[in-house]
Every structure is written in structure tokens, then in C-alpha cells.
Design a protein around this ligand. Structure first.
Ligand code: PLP
Length: 366
């Protein structure tokens, strides 16, 4: 493959940092994780950051810490990575799907209120592909109906709406360090919050329910082991330092795509005003004569890696079997984004020449 969909930004310095920790023999969660947590809290602008083993564990911890369980409902977008809804199922609650906006691919805030019942406990917007959902509108609804807000910011480390960072606008923010995300430790994740009580619960639940009282270890909750390792944290220290440069460069690449893609069958992603996009994915909608899968195959034949962006979750087998929702009529935008969406390569190692090459090949497809 000439141009893969994604190449993680791992440098020799990052590798050195991880190896230094491996040589030290201190592998599990320790001072490297502490340091990363302080750096992330500083970047996002929250009082607390709590690392965990991946971006699904962080969402799971968030729901458990908020006491969400059987009989409760959580509002989620119909278009996201499947984990957003799976965690709601895993705590025994019901995901209530809401359609997305056709151009930002984020939850349509104006459709949320009609889905709220007396069982609704939380709204879980997704900052899809690195662009923040309309948090002003979502937080207004949450205040009105007294709901928690969990930002699934898995793809959106560094994103902003006006002056606030992703992960700092709701009660809890959740990020992933999967190789497809902004910075990576292979597997990993982090939760952000300003709430001392929630932060304490998250830390206890992450580590087997352990608390110390007067130096004595006590098991005060049926917790998980959702810890991050110290060598993973060290791998990300320098990536975090480079984050703003990477975001800036990806914004350049996105602007370049927006001008160099001239195929009339391609709908480009919208960038709303007052939101800083991190471009985890450059996601287009294909509406040409041939199908989306054929476009992916033709690009692959030219050495270009592309893929679907995310899933229409209620259309997936488990959710169809359980809820039988008519996705075409209920979630037309999520359904379209799922069936006609294509994620194009975008990462800091991608060159301007390569963006031109991808655009040129895409422009030739009818
Ligand atoms: C990647 C992703 C997750 C899951 O993160 P993992 O670290 O892979 O578990 C959850 N939600 C969204 C929106 C994601 O993109």
C-alpha cells in the first residue's frame, strides 16, 4: 500500500521514552501515568484526568461512576463507533438513538428533547471524527432536564468549541489512545472531569475498588482493573507535546482536500464556525453511480487505504435483533453516512503530494 488510511505518529523519542520505563522495571500504573494525567488535565482544562486501559473502559467507568444501570436510558447518536452504545448495554441500561446532522456527522441536538423520558439519565454526544458536537445546545437541554452529560471525545483530543476544550464541557469527557486517534499508546484512554466526587469514584473503580484509610487498604467497591501501564503513558508524553502541531498540520491537509477534491459526487465535511476540528478522520459522502464499496476497492487498486467512517449502530445485528428500529425512516442521516461514507487518509506523516494523489484518483471515479 502506497498510502495507508492511518500511520500513528510514533517517533524515536517516543520509543526511547517507553523503553526507559521498560528498563526501570516499573511497568504498571505509577508516576508516568500520574504525569500524563496532569498534562492531559492541563491541556483539556479540567481539574482531573484519570487514565484507563482503553476508550471503551473509560466510557464504561463513566456510566458505572454515575450509577447508570438497569431501567435507565442514555441518549446516544445513531452514528458512531459501536462502543458508544455497547457500554450502555453493558451496564444494563437502554441506548436511545438520535439521528445526526448530515454535514457535521454529530448528534442533531434539536432532536434530543423529543427522546427524553422519565427514565433518561444522561446524554452521551460523540465528537465525531474530531469535531465537537454542539455542546452549547446539548448542555442547555441537560440543565433543563437535569441530565448528566458524558462527552465521547474518543477522537477529539485538542478539539474546541469557542473557548472550551472537548472533555471540559460536560460532567465527564472520555478519550481513546487507540492508534487511529490523536495520540496513541496502542490501547489506552483517559477520562476528564471537574467533579471531585466523580473523579474519586473513577479512580477507585479503575483499581479493584481499592481505597486507603489511615494507610490501610480497603476494598470499598466491586471495581475493575482498567489501569493503564507506565510504559504506555511514557510513549505518549512527547506525542502530547506535538499534539497542537499535528492538529495544525491536519487542518492544512483538510483544507487541501477541500480544494483539490472536485468530484461532483463527493460531499465534503462541513467545518462549523467557532469549532476547532482535529481531523481524526476526513469523512466524505459518496453519491456517484457506483457504490461506496466499489470506490474503496478502486482506491485500494491505486494503493490508497480508505474505509467506512463509523457505524449506523441501530442497523447492526445485535441492535436490530434487540430493538428492530427502522433505520431508513428514523435515522436517515446516520444511515446515509454509514452506507455512503468514506474515511480518507489523514495523519501527520501524510504529505501534500499524497493528498494531491488521493484527490486526483478520487476525482477520476464516476
Ligand atoms: C475509538 C472509539 C471508541 C473506543 O475506543 P477504544 O480505545 O478503541 O476502546 C469509543 N467511541 C468512539 C466514538 C471511538 O471513536
Amino acid at each position: 500500500m502506497k498510502i495507508p488510511l492511518m500511520i500513528p505518529s510514533i517517533t524515536e523519542v517516543d520509543i526511547e521514552n517507553a523503553v526507559r520505563v521498560l528498563r526501570s522495571g516499573q511497568l504498571i500504573q505509577g508516576k508516568e501515568v500520574d504525569f500524563l494525567e496532569k498534562s492531559i488535565a492541563g491541556l483539556v482544562g479540567t481539574k482531573h484526568a484519570i487514565c484507563a486501559s482503553n476508550g471503551t473502559a473509560t466510557l464504561h467507568l463513566a456510566l458505572v461512576a454515575l450509577g447508570i444501570g438497569p431501567g435507565d436510558e442514555v441518549i446516544v447518536p445513531a452514528f458512531s463507533y459501536i462502543a458508544t452504545a455497547n457500554v450502555v448495554e453493558l451496564v444494563g441500561a437502554k441506548p436511545v438513538f438520535v439521528d445526526i446532522e448530515p454535514d457535521t456527522f454529530c448528534i442533531n441536538a434539536s432532536l434530543i428533547a423529543s427522546q427524553i423520558t422519565n427514565k433518561t439519565k444522561a446524554i452521551m454526544p460523540v465528537h465525531e471524527f474530531g469535531l465537537m458536537a454542539d455542546m452549547d445546545a446539548i448542555n442547555q437541554i441537560a440543565v433543563e432536564y437535569n441530565l448528566h452529560v458524558i462527552e465521547d471525545a474518543a477522537c477529539a483530543l485538542g478539539a474546541k468549541q469557542k473557548l472550551l476544550h472537548a472533555g471540559a464541557t460536560g460532567h465527564i469527557g472520555s478519550f481513546s489512545f487507540h492508534p487511529r486517534k490523536a495520540i496513541t499508546s496502542g490501547e489506552g484512554g483517559v477520562i476528564t472531569t471537574n467533579d471531585d466526587n466523580i473523579a474519586h469514584k473513577l479512580r477507585v473503580l479503575r483499581n479493584h475498588g481499592i481505597e486507603y484509610h489511615d494507610g490501610k487498604m480497603e476494598f470499598t467497591a466491586a471495581g475493575f482493573n482498567y489501569r493503564l501501564t507506565d510504559f504506555q503513558a511514557a510513549l505518549m508524553h512527547n506525542q502530547l507535546t506535538r499534539l497542537q502541531d499535528m492538529i495544525l498540520y491536519k487542518n492544512n491537509l483538510a483544507s487541501q482536500y477541500a480544494t483539490s477534491i472536485t468530484n461532483a459526487s463527493v460531499q465534503l465535511p462541513l467545518i462549523p464556525e467557532q469549532r476547532k476540528h482535529t481531523w481524526q478522520t476526513f469523512h466524505i459522502i459518496w453519491s456517484g453511480k457506483i457504490g461506496r464499496n466499489e470506490v474503496i476497492a478502486q482506491l485500494l487498486a491505486e494503493g490508497i487505504g480508505t474505509n467506512y467512517g463509523a457505524q449506523c449502530i441501530p442497523a447492526q445485528k445485535y441492535y436490530q435483533a434487540k430493538y428492530r428500529l427502522n433505520v431508513e425512516s428514523l435515522f436517515p442521516n446516520a444511515n446515509k453516512a454509514y452506507n455512503q461514507g468514506i474515511a480518507l487518509p489523514i495523519y501527520d506523516k501524510l504529505t501534500h503530494e499524497e493528498v494531491n494523489y488521493v484527490s486526483e484518483k478520487l476525482n477520476k471515479i464516476k
